[in-house]
Design a protein around this ligand. Structure first.
Ligand SMILES: *[C@@H]1O[C@H](CO)[C@@H](O)[C@H](O)[C@H]1NC(C)=O
Ligand SMILES: *[C@@H]1O[C@H](CO)[C@@H](O)[C@H](O)[C@H]1NC(C)=O
Ligand SMILES: *[C@@H]1O[C@H](CO)[C@@H](O)[C@H](O)[C@H]1NC(C)=O
Ligand SMILES: *[C@@H]1O[C@H](CO)[C@@H](O)[C@H](O)[C@H]1NC(C)=O
Ligand SMILES: *[C@@H]1O[C@H](CO)[C@@H](O)[C@H](O)[C@H]1NC(C)=O
Length: 420
């Protein structure tokens, strides 16, 4: 029996950086990734975690940048095996490819094998846990089978199971907890061979953050995403629970907005300044609360068409060079791209993102991304005629960002994530 295919109302954008081609499928969407550079040197103050003397055991996972996504490492099973999944604040389900595989994409590392783990157990379809998963249905074997789709067209199908997950903490101790996750036996989509699944970090009850929260008593986490193109052997960190708060000098924060859909982290964007010129989100000056959400799985920032058009016009106006024309390079489509590196000193403005109560500065390294050698494209795109936007992972790079569902705030601190 096949489960109900359900497309989650969040947006998944596939951003393919292979073969020198940037392919942005913003039609319906899910996830992607990118980065950048610090403006303020005070961000080099990396004493934050050590400074947190009240919580010496903050669980942390390593995260590295790979082809526009951010791969998070977790240990699952007994004996434990490494899983590298796409860190995704835009979805909830945690899943990995599992044998036996009815249909899996190629992955370099061995697939998770439930039979080799002594702590693996199937979740029965009558259990409450199966009902929590909104696509859970009964298989003929009475297992909880699920189908989880992303707007990009990627789909994972399999059975919900329970497994022991192990994470190391700041003190070097390991912490373990039981995680409900999807053992994906049939997975299709735009995945590369390093991506062994997706680690949902959204606000819904199935996400890693929520499940960790019920074990450790705190629904908060923070992440520091490395810039696009960083050596994948360099890792930064995602921290969970109490002690992961983003504190110290230079921290700005904005309220999290609660909406019916619990998954995305909604915030309010009032406008973006290009250099000294303010471009309001809505020409009328009024914005609705929660008009953006932060998605570590989507590489570019996607903005409502009307806002994007006004913004990109101002950016272009302030860069004293001619952009590449579509007819010169059809691969780049209608993106704003240049053949010269866009750098701070002589040819590009700083963008100031005005979230409600928090100004976040973006340098050209956040805003101009090289999809291929010698080409630099504006890392923000039109999301079409809709009122909502996505704050993507290019813009999130080199900020320590705290997602705090205890205080209902998102905090930003400019940080060199490679030194974290
Ligand atoms: C695997 O998933 C694809 C797409 O979701 C579906 O068409 C196919 O029937 C599935 N295969 C099996 C063996 O379930
Ligand atoms: C997976 O890898 C095998 C062996 O390298 C190759 O033959 C096969 O074509 C690959 N499949 C896909 C879908 O790329
Ligand atoms: C974690 O923080 C929350 C909210 O600040 C607090 O209510 C809770 O008691 C803390 N838990 C622990 C174990 O310190
Ligand atoms: C680092 O941050 C801590 C806590 O905010 C502060 O007390 C300390 O003075 C800072 N150190 C430097 C070198 O800025
Ligand atoms: C701008 O505001 C108007 C009126 O308040 C509203 O109808 C429209 O949807 C808003 N547009 C965006 C992109 O938020």
């Amino acid at each position: 029996m096949v489960g109900i295919v359900m497309f989650h109302p969040r947006f998944l954008v596939a951003f393919i950086l292979s073969n020198y081609l940037v392919c942005l499928l913003a039609t319906a969407a899910r996830n992607g990734g990118f980065t950048f550079e610090l403006i303020r040197q005070d961000s080099l103050n990396t004493s934050f975690y050590n400074a947190n003397k009240y919580y010496p055991n903050v669980p942390q996972s390593q995260i590295s940048a790979y082809k526009g996504h951010h791969l998070m490492k977790v240990l699952i099973g007994t004996p434990p095996v490494h899983i590298y999944g796409i860190a995704d604040t835009g979805s909830d389900l945690v899943w990995t490819q599992c044998v036996p595989c009815d249909g899996c994409y190629n992955q370099t590392n061995p697939m998770f094998d439930p039979q080799k783990s002594s702590t693996y157990s199937d979740i029965s379809c009558q259990s409450e846990q199966c009902h929590l998963i909104d696509t859970g249905t009964c298989s003929p074997q009475n297992l909880c089978s699920y189908t989880y789709g992303y707007g990009s067209g990627s789909i994972t199908q399999g059975v919900m199971a329970k497994e022991k997950v192990t994470i190391t903490s700041t003190s070097g101790k390991t912490v373990s907890f039981d995680l409900s996750f999807g053992c994906g036996h049939n997975n299709t989509g735009t995945f590369n061979d390093q991506e062994m699944g997706i680690i949902g970090l959204g606000g819904g009850s199935d996400s890693l953050v929520s499940q960790l929260g019920s074990t450790f008593g705190s629904k908060r986490f923070s992440q520091c995403l490395l810039p696009f193109g960083t050596d994948p052997n360099i890792a930064s960190k995602v921290s969970f629970g109490n002690g992961s708060e983003v504190v110290g000098s230079g921290v700005v924060s904005t309220p999290l907005v609660t909406k019916e859909d619990k998954t995305p982290y909604f915030v309010t964007l009032e406008g973006i300044s290009v250099g000294q010129t303010y471009v309001p989100f809505n020409f009328s000056g009024k914005v609705s609360k929660g008009n953006m959400f932060l998605d570590s799985g989507t590489p570019p920032t996607l903005l409502p068409e009307n806002f994007y058009d006004r913004l990109v016009a101002e950016v272009q106006k302030q860069i004293p060079m001619n952009p590449i024309q579509v007819q010169d390079d059809a691969d780049l489509g209608t993106q704003l791209c240049y053949r010269t590196e866009i750098n701070l000193h002589d040819n590009a403005p700083i963008l100031t993102v005005h979230f409600e109560g928090a100004d976040v500065l973006l340098t050209p390294r956040h805003t101009f991304i090289p999809p291929k050698d010698g080409v630099y494209c504006f890392g923000m795109q039109s999301f079409g005629n809709i009122d909502i936007g996505i704050y993507g992972n290019f813009a999130q790079a080199n900020y320590l960002i705290g997602f705090d569902r205890e205080t209902m705030r998102v905090s930003f601190k400019s940080t060199d994530c490679s030194k974290q």
